[in-house]
Design a protein around this ligand. Structure first.
Ligand SMILES: Cc1cc2nc3c(=O)[nH]c(=O)nc-3n(C[C@H](O)[C@H](O)[C@H](O)COP(=O)(O)OP(=O)(O)OC[C@H]3O[C@@H](n4cnc5c(N)ncnc54)[C@H](O)[C@@H]3O)c2cc1C
Ligand code: SF4
Length: 334
């Protein structure tokens, strides 16, 4: 599999990168670590004319505490996040999620958190070589009118398998998107479209600059299921944020349950989350009920397109949510 031809541009400041994006717009793609982008290009799924590399932009690589927030530059390597004391103590679900991504080589030498959030949605009918795909009619994502994953589907249901995005949504993260002369901030929850072809509500001239995580004193945990512990994407995953009450320490004040690898975006499950408000940190039965509610809610979205059977993935939602809840509650009780 060969890379198609492209022009490589290596700006050395953020402003220069934004200028280039404003000029080339949809003809350009941002190159961070390249571990998602280059694979897609090799498979002929994408043929950008221009790659704008973030390699020289050290100004986008940082993790810092700023008042009641953690700020992470979009080009920060996954390895820095895994090793960060601040992330481990205040946003542990993210450290746990990044630790699960791909393999150690990918986390240390290439993969960035921005690229992790913005990696394309996946589907086993689509993420194949050009040769494999050439033997049959194209699906929606390949420019056709059918979907192999769901009969009669009028749109693409490819799945977001980002570990980082699932953990970050549980943590209530926001994204700062920069473009030439301006910037805007969006809640991660509001950043997704409902179409797997263009999963992100982002313009072609915008660049992900920063990720912000609020510091609330809550504890978090992340669990995932994959065929192998390395190299494989999650077939289901769950991130949980659990905040104990300020006045009654053993009582739960707020919970966010997010399930990933089940839909076009990570799913914040409001009903399962709110069912735990006011419950005790030690209330295992309430955790089991919330996990079952999460399973029922998430199952409505999933299609059979990421490897394991749909029935198995749905059942495993409850397991992943339950484990994450138990772990976050134990951390909050210390
Ligand atoms: C074998 C293998 C296993 C993997 N396993 C996992 C896994 O288990 N879990 C998981 O979550 N991922 C997995 N990945 C996907 C990917 O490697 C990681 O998500 C990685 O963090 C992507 O980061 P990157 O910097 O390499 O992204 P890139 O490939 O550089 O970029 C990915 C996408 O984001 C865009 N982009 C990147 N940064 C920006 C920015 N700042 N602004 C605007 N657009 C941007 C790029 O244009 C591209 O479209 C795997 C990949 C491989 C090859
Ligand atoms: S979900 Fe359907 S349209 Fe989307 S990539 Fe898979 S087969 Fe194609």
């Amino acid at each position: 599999m060969r890379l198609p031809r492209f022009d490589y541009l290596g700006p050395d400041t953020l402003d220069a990168a934004l200028e280039l994006l404003a000029t080339h717009k949809e003809e350009a793609k941002i190159l961070a670590g390249g571990t998602d982008l280059v694979v897609r290009m090799k498979k002929g799924l994408l043929k950008p004319k221009v790659l704008i590399s973030l390699k020289a932009l050290n100004e986008l690589s940082y993790i810092k505490e700023d008042g009641k927030e953690i700020k992470i530059g979009a080009r920060t390597p996954l390895a820095d996040i895994i090793a960060s004391d601040l992330i481990q103590t205040q946003a542990n679900a993210l450290a746990q999620a990044c630790e699960k991504v791909g393999a150690i080589t990918l986390q240390h030498y290439r993969g960035t958190i921005g690229g992790n959030i913005l990696q394309d949605n996946r589907c086993f009918h689509y993420n194949q070589s050009s040769f494999h795909r050439s033997g049959r009619q194209p699906c929606h994502k390949d420019g056709g009118k059918i979907c192999y994953a769901r009969d009669e589907a009028d749109r693409c249901n490819s799945t977001c398998q980002s570990d980082g995005a699932t953990a970050l949504m549980a943590l209530g993260a926001k994204l700062t998107l920069a473009s030439k002369g301006s910037a805007r901030t969006v809640n991660l929850e509001d950043f997704y479209t409902s179409d797997g072809i263009m999963p992100f509500a982002m313009e072609s001239h915008e660049l992900l600059k920063e990720i912000t995580i609020p510091l609330t004193g809550a504890k978090s945990a992340y669990h995932r299921l994959a065929y192998r512990s390395a190299i494989d994407y999650p077939v289901v995953c769950a991130g949980v944020l659990l905040k104990p009450s300020d006045t009654k320490k053993e009582e739960i004040d707020d919970v966010r349950i997010v399930v990933g690898a089940m839909s076009r975006s990570p799913l914040f499950l409001a009903q399962a989350s709110s069912s735990l408000k006011g419950k005790k940190l030690s209330d295992i039965d309430a955790f089991k009920t919330a996990a079952d509610t999460a399973m029922n809610s998430a199952s409505a979205f999933a299609v059979h397109n990421v490897g394991a059977t749909l029935a198995y993935r749905c059942e495993m939602v409850a397991q992943m949510v339950f484990r994450a809840l138990k772990e976050a509650a134990q951390a909050a009780d210390r």
